[in-house]
Design a protein around this ligand. Structure first.
Ligand code: D41
Length: 775
């Protein structure tokens, strides 16, 4: 090693140490001028010896050549989002759920400020920063490695030792209030873009394709947790963060452990009082179950951990005037009123529009055009109209009226109906939602419908973004989702911005989407009120597209979480001739939903005869009477034809009379008979349905966990295929786990599974199992 090299290593070590003291410990040990002198010396030595420059040198935070786009990054461990508590009661409810879930009266919580920035992931391999990524939608984000390397308090290599070989830290990139003021002043000086608030400034700075710009912005990073990791760090959240700090990673200086929820409330109040004096903006505080074992036990629901919650500070409010009300048309044709406002700054953001949700909300608020209203904006939540200041109503204020025709396609606008079934009677009342009847004839609905159809959680057509959908629809090439599957490469090539390769890629991506799971296909159709979960329920319980299409609303209400209104929407959707045509075309053009099968045993078991009788809601016929009838009669058919004596043998007079009256109505009689016939068509036999809910799916009742990297399929795909076989796929290993699938890079979950004696499969074994069960 020559003299220069020795000195270079010495300088880097000194600068790293000073950085650590300055950014992580907040205890600068030398004056800035001295730091600058050391930095310049290092720079000069590196310039003289370019072969000695390493990517982790403190001089390498200047950014590089501009990118043309960010690559996408899949998060091995999903980046979850956080549930919100706005009121004290929300927090108390959260605490109760946690204590009940853990069967533990004394749950400790970690407390930390909620920084108003952007969540990012930093990946360290063998102590070296190898990747930075945005959170994106939680499953995939953008690769912003070059940008995060420019953030001064992000260590390019970890300090000390003992860090896991693979360590993904998660945290928030933000801008301090002072940094934000400085940046805006500098921008204004050169006539550049100024930012509304530190959060926007941080976002705009981080997502720069030119990392030199990022390097010039005062961004900071603060860790809030660990993602993928090759071995567990500590058994508490606070322990984890303290270890991260010892490895040179910045953590909040405001961390605390609260012994119980009262301690959390104290923390919330205390930080709330000191909020103005903090160097950075926060929009609340975050509480997390401190014990990692507790976190694992609670797991997560949808995309939110059950073990953490953000307690938000009250939103800021402003007064402004309603200039008008526009009506927007959404994917399902819902015509939604949107208030156009006199622009006003609320919590640093200019608000010019606020949704009024629906006409019931307009009526509830009593809002008129010309009114002065109170606008509230809570964090990243869309602005809300809270209240009308009625004593400021001008004389010329006008009422809000729904247009009779769709502002986009000119079709009629109709009011939705609410179907309520009670005591055997069906009452129809007016709904709050207005809908354009243009369906797929309406450009607003068609574009939105196709954007939804191709989206990642639906048909997952890679690379078919909103802009391209717009081009396809506006050029007239695509008039329904089915038209995607007859597109020819030359047609795409003729569109602006397409070349040989990009047009071929698009066609290939569309082709690759031809075999969705049944659940994805149903979700992709965009049936009003049918989200991903409901689509899964429909696919899992009814097992085939045909059955889902023909199922009567009454039958649909047997399904978990499907009430009368959703059942009606589903029935209505499939009744529409236009929708039926699109589905037929999709099937004819080679789109084949996968994994169709039998009616699920769980559904079969729930559709008992007495249950069906009870569902008819005949007055005086509750569950008990329904049970009696089901013992006496073998079918609805028999029941409909029953004579008075038979009825009286089963029921008291008043109930028997009621049954007779009910079935004397032809409409009701036919509905009940049709429901029974359909259940038969679906393979149900009254004699056999009173058995226990046990599934015929091979993995029913089993909970599986996936960890590490899989090569032949993504985690989502593996999850989907396992679910299709009846398994539940969970995020963490516990004693209840049936099998763990571990790919390369598996860490703590594998260790835990081995410790608990849980079966472990590698990817090849998983593939073999899936192949063995493929239909
Ligand atoms: O300071 C924050 N903004 C913050 C965000 C924080 N202190 N903790 C967080 N913890 C989580 C979980 C519990 C999911 C690990 C978060 C976030 N998530 C988060 N930020 C953006 C989305 C989710």
């Amino acid at each position: 090693m020559n003299v220069d090299e020795t000195r270079i290593l010495e300088l880097r070590q000194q600068l790293d140490e000073h950085n650590y003291r300055y950014y992580v410990l907040d205890e600068p040990s030398i004056p800035d001028a001295e730091y600058d002198r050391l930095f310049r010396e290092l720079k000069a030595l590196e310039e003289a010896n370019p072969n000695l420059i390493t990517p982790d040198s403190p001089t390498q935070r200047v950014g590089g050549t501009a990118l043309s786009a960010f690559a996408t990054v899949r998060h091995e461990v999903p980046m979850l989002s956080l549930g919100n508590a706005f009121e004290e009661q929300d927090l108390l409810d959260f605490d109760r759920r946690v204590r009940e879930g853990l069967e533990d009266e004394a749950v400790q919580y970690s407390c930390e400020p909620k920084l108003d920035g952007l969540a990012v992931s930093l990946l360290y391999q063998d102590g070296q920063l190898v990747r930075g990524a945005t959170r994106g939608d939680g499953s995939t984000g953008e690769d912003i490695s070059v940008n995060v390397r420019t953030i001064r308090n992000v260590p390019l290599k970890l300090k000390g030792k003992g860090w896991p070989a693979t360590l993904e830290v998660r945290g928030e990139v933000y801008m301090s209030k002072a940094g934000f003021e400085r940046l805006n002043a500098a921008q204004a000086e050169v006539g550049g873009k100024t930012f509304a608030n530190p959060r926007n400034a941080a976002a705009g700075s981080l997502r720069q394709l030119d990392s030199k710009i990022t390097a010039s912005r005062p961004l900071e990073f603060c860790c809030y947790g660990i993602g993928q990791v090759s071995e567990d760090v500590s058994d508490t959240h606070i322990g984890n963060l303290e270890q991260l700090r010892s490895w040179g990673l910045p953590i909040s200086r405001e961390l605390k452990v609260a012994a119980n929820v009262q301690g959390c409330l104290d923390y919330y109040r205390d930080i709330g009082e000191r909020r103005q004096g903090l160097a950075y903006e926060i929009d609340g505080v975050v509480f997390k179950v401190n014990r990692i074992a507790g976190q694992r036990e609670l797991g997560f629901r949808a995309r939110e951990p059950r073990w953490a919650i953000a307690h938000k500070f009250p939103a800021s409010e402003e007064l402004t005037q309603v200039l008008g009300v526009d009506f927007q048309v959404g994917r399902t044709g819902a015509v939604t009123p949107v208030a156009r406002l006199q622009p006003v700054k609320v919590a640093g953001v200019t608000v010019a529009n606020a949704t009024l949700h629906n006409m019931d909300e307009v009526a509830r608020l009593g809002v008129m055009i010309g009114d002065t209203v109170i606008i509230r904006r809570a964090g990243d939540v869309i602005p809300q109209v809270m209240q009308v200041v009625t004593d400021r109503r001008p004389e010329n204020a006008t009422a809000v009226e729904v247009p009779s025709h769709c502002p986009v396609c000119g079709s009629e606008v109709e009011r939705t109906q609410l179907i309520k079934r009670s005591k055997g009677k069906q009452t129809i009342s007016e709904g709050a939602v207005y809908r354009c009847v243009g369906r797929l004839a309406c450009a607003a609905q068609l574009k939105q419908a196709i954007i939804h159809f191709v989206s990642r959680r639906a048909m997952d057509v890679d690379g078919l973004g909103d802009k391209i959908v717009e081009q396809l629809v506006e050029s007239g090439l695509v008039k329904s989702p089915a038209d995607l599957y007859t597109l020819a490469q030359e047609q795409v090539l003729a569109l602006e911005g397409f070349a040989e390769v990009s047009s071929r890629n698009l066609i290939n991506a569309i082709d690759a989407s031809r075999q969705p799971t049944l659940a994805r296909f149903v979700f992709a159709l965009g049936i009003p009120d049918v989200g991903e979960e409901t689509a899964k329920v429909l696919a899992r319980t009814l097992g085939s597209l045909k059955r889902i299409q023909v199922a009567q609303p009454l039958l649909l209400t047997y399904l978990p979480d499907i009430g009368n209104e959703v059942a009606y929407e589903i029935g209505h959707f499939f009744e529409e001739a236009h929708n039926r045509t699109v589905i037929e075309q999709l099937l004819a053009r080679g789109v084949t939903p996968q994994g169709e099968g039998e009616v699920h045993a769980e559904f079969a078991a729930s559709t008992t005869f007495d249950g069906l009788i009870a569902k008819l809601e005949i007055p005086y016929v509750g569950p008990g009477a329904a049970q009696k009838l089901s013992e006496k009669f073998a079918s609805i058919e028999q029941l409909v034809q029953a004579d008075w004596l038979d009825l009286r043998q089963a029921l008291p007079e008043r109930a028997a009379e009621s049954v007779r009256a009910y079935f004397s109505d032809q409409g009701r009689r036919e509905q009940a008979l049709a429901a029974e016939r359909q259940l038969r068509d679906f393979g149900m036999h009254w004699a056999s349905v009173r058995r226990e809910a046990s599934s015929d799916l091979p993995l029913a009742g089993q909970t599986w966990v996936l960890t590490g990297t899989l090569e032949s399929l993504t985690r989502d795909q593996a999850k989907e295929q396992l679910e299709a076989l009846g398994a539940k796929v969970a995020g963490s290993v516990s004693a209840k786990t049936h099998t763990l699938v571990a790919g390369p890079g598996a860490g703590s979950k594998l260790a835990k599974a081995q410790q608990l004696g849980v079966a472990v499969l590698d990817e090849a074994a998983l593939q073999a199992l899936l192949a063995g069960h493929s239909r």
